[in-house]
Design a protein around this ligand. Structure first.
Ligand code: ADP
Ligand code: MG
Length: 237
């Protein structure tokens, strides 16, 4: 216990919630599948960032997460690696229907960044990833969705458009990520984000990431997360 406290102190992370898993500071000890480990090595990452060290074991154990950490702290991989592991745990579920992992992000740029990261690490598993954002061709995006996929990265408004057009559905989603939730709210996406959450099965795993933790995010967390592990890196602003 004392050691775990010290380790968290060294990492600069504060953790709350019922029985949070211990942080893991080496990739070899995450329990990743060999293929994923290989992809991580290929990316030339030497060790997990502090948010990854605490969020990855929590996510791998199936817990909901609130992760608060500033830009550049490595949050993308902190949810992509557990999502890929989640997909590998259900090998029989292949493309041909709607996504199993759904990631919502505020902008086209961020969606594309996450998409590229998912492709980079998901390549070893032949994971199909589709990216949908406002301003892109609805026709092209819906065609891509109709091929079937395991992961969708989307801006909230466009995701709803795609479901309304019946290009895809949310029936298979069991792993939901809200990335940069504070920015999605600033951009006025709160109703769309909440609507999507309400249409995903309630026994899903949900990860919420934000650079700040204000009242509205706290309220969202209370509404959509179940028994979360809360991880804060640095000071709350
Ligand atoms: P955030 O979402 O917190 O702003 P990103 O996920 O975009 O941060 O990561 C920031 C940068 O750090 C990216 O270029 C990413 O490839 C890199 N990165 C992520 N994890 C590691 C790691 N463990 N070691 C080294 N670099 C990493
Ligand atoms: Mg990010």
């Amino acid at each position: 216990e004392e050691q775990v406290r010290e380790l968290r102190h060294t990492l600069g992370v504060k953790v709350s919630g019922a029985q949070p898993p211990k942080p893991v500071t080496s990739f070899a000890h995450f329990g990743f599948d060999e293929q994923l480990l290989k992809a991580v090595r290929k990316a030339e990452y030497t060790q997990p960032t502090p948010i990854q060290a605490q969020a990855v074991p929590a996510a791998l154990s199936g817990r909901d997460i609130i992760g608060i950490a500033k830009t550049g702290s490595g949050k993308t991989a902190a949810f992509i690696w557990p999502l890929l592991t989640h997909l590998m745990d259900q090998r029989e579920l292949r493309a041909g229907d709607g996504p199993i992992g759904l990631i919502l992000a505020p902008t086209r740029e961020l969606s594309l960044q996450i998409y590229n990261e998912a492709k980079k690490f998901g390549k070893v598993y032949n994971i199909n990833v589709v990216c949908c954002y406002g301003g892109g061709s609805k026709w092209e995006q819906s065609k891509a969705l109709e091929q079937g996929c395991e992961i969708v990265v989307a801006t909230p408004g466009r995701m709803i458009d795609m479901v309304k057009m019946k290009a895809t559905n949310l029936r298979r989603v069991t792993f939901l990520v809200l990335d940069e939730a504070d920015r999605m709210f600033h951009m006025g996406f709160e109703p769309q984000v909440r609507s999507i959450c309400n249409h995903v099965r309630p026994d899903r795993q949900t990860l919420l990431f934000s650079a700040t933790f204000k009242k509205r995010i706290e309220r969202l967390a209370r509404d959509i997360l179940t028994d979360p592990v809360r991880i804060v890196q640095g000071d709350l602003n």
